[in-house]
Design a protein around this ligand. Structure first.
Ligand code: SOE
Length: 380
């Protein structure tokens, strides 16, 4: 077992706690949130011994091995730095940081401290995303030509929808791209094995003024608007992206948090010289395989039909669907097994997303904002 602390108890903190419990390798000994009521309520609900309002007090607990950072984006750098300096491993929610300079410093500090730094791109761990990646890597599509798709949500469609993510002082300069575009882009590089080397992007803020409720609003909650104030918004609702990869792949992406009816839909297609693939998080247990000269196919998630090295990411038999909560469990299982076996990052790149992957997203996100501003292609 590894002793664990979780910082930040909004939407994703409890997702981490429940996923960790299912790995059987984490003894969660403490939680922290600046909101005392939230910290105490979470500790009580999940039967966790200690709750803190100042994460620095938690870091003084020398028996804790791993810290999960589930606080808002602007705090990721400060907290991750303190965690590494306290000699603990760290799993940080995406985006790793709100700019590449912060991300680079965290990559270097994790190496210096010989600690495992993870960026929580959990969506890689849908079983059929792993299967899709393995099929591409094994050449089943032939030479890869194109990779394209969307990540669409609708929870920020109305001017009365509010979240800390809208505030650039808390989420950083980018919102839709950093928050969900980062998942899609990480998955694109993971599945194809390529690296985005140049891009052209256009970002848009359709609602430059929103109504911020006086009460605190958690992610995805539609507050009963009582009192509210109008606030200026300078983070993007929507973005379109063209990109070139170092392996010759051409791609494009649409990111939106204003697409009515798409609750949280990540979708991609990969087009090869011989066959194609398509995957959609609204039907995560199905993988579409496209053929030119024969019937198209549909793989329903079934470990017996997956590769030996990908069925390890499916814990349930065919027909027993696995979804969003299972992705965090699989990610944390992979990380905790690695730490228990190796102690720290060494040798070949692990299969889980590290701080280096998190740095990639900050570099690409910075380039997207620069491209949109200059209306020009930008090298990453
Ligand atoms: C909100 O857009 C959000 O909770 C993201 O922050 C998560 O990373 C994504 O998995 C679901 O939507």
């Amino acid at each position: 077992m590894l002793k664990t602390g979780v910082i930040g108890l909004g939407f994703i903190g409890p997702v981490h706690i429940e996923a960790l419990r299912r790995t059987g390798m984490a003894d969660i000994v403490a939680v922290a949130d600046q909101n005392r009521a939230a910290a105490d309520a979470c500790a009580s609900k999940y039967n966790i011994p200690k709750s803190y309002t100042d994460y620095r007090d938690m870091l003084k607990n020398t028996e804790i091995d791993v810290i999960h950072i589930c606080a808002p984006n602007f705090l990721h750098y400060e907290i991750a730095k303190a965690v590494l300096e306290s000699g603990k491993h760290v799993i940080c929610e995406k985006p790793l940081a709100i700019c590449a300079d912060e991300g680079r410093e965290l990559v270097n500090l994790a190496k210096e401290k010989k600690k495992v730094g993870v960026t929580s791109f959990n969506l890689r761990f849908y079983p059929l995303v792993q299967q899709a990646r393995a099929m591409v890597q094994k050449g089943e599509l032939g030479k890869l030509y194109a990779y394209h798709g969307t990540y669409l949500q609708d929870w920020l469609l109305y001017d009365t929808d509010y979240s800390w993510r809208l505030d650039s002082k808390i989420c950083g300069k980018s919102r839709a791209v950093a928050d969900i575009g980062s998942h899609w882009i990480d998955m694109a590089e993971y599945v194809t094995g390529g690296r985005i080397v140049s891009l052209c992007a256009d970002t848009t803020t359709f609602l430059p003024v929103r109504k911020r409720p006086s009460c605190e609003v958690r992610s995805f909650q539609t507050a009963e608007i009582g009192e509210y104030e109008s606030v200026q918004i300078d983070t993007e609702d929507f973005a379109t992206l063209l990109f070139h990869m170092d392996n010759g792949v051409r791609g494009n992406l649409t990111v939106s948090q204003i697409s009515a009816g798409r609750k949280n839909r990540l979708q991609f297609e990969a087009d090869g010289a011989e066959n194609s693939l398509a995957w959609d998080s609204e039907q995560p247990n199905s993988l579409w395989i496209g053929h030119r000269d024969s019937y198209n196919e549909q793989l329903i998630k079934d470990p017996n039909l997956m590769y030996a090295d990908t069925r390890t990411y499916a814990d349930f038999p065919g027909g027993h669907t696995e979804g969003f909560p299972d992705t965090s469990k699989q990610l944390f299982k992979s990380v905790y097994e690695y730490i228990l076996r190796n102690g720290h990052l060494k040798g070949e790149k692990p299969d889980f997303p590290t701080f280096e992957d998190g740095l990639r997203e900050t570099l690409i996100c910075d380039a997207i904002l620069e491209s949109s501003e200059k209306k020009a292609w930008i090298d990453v």
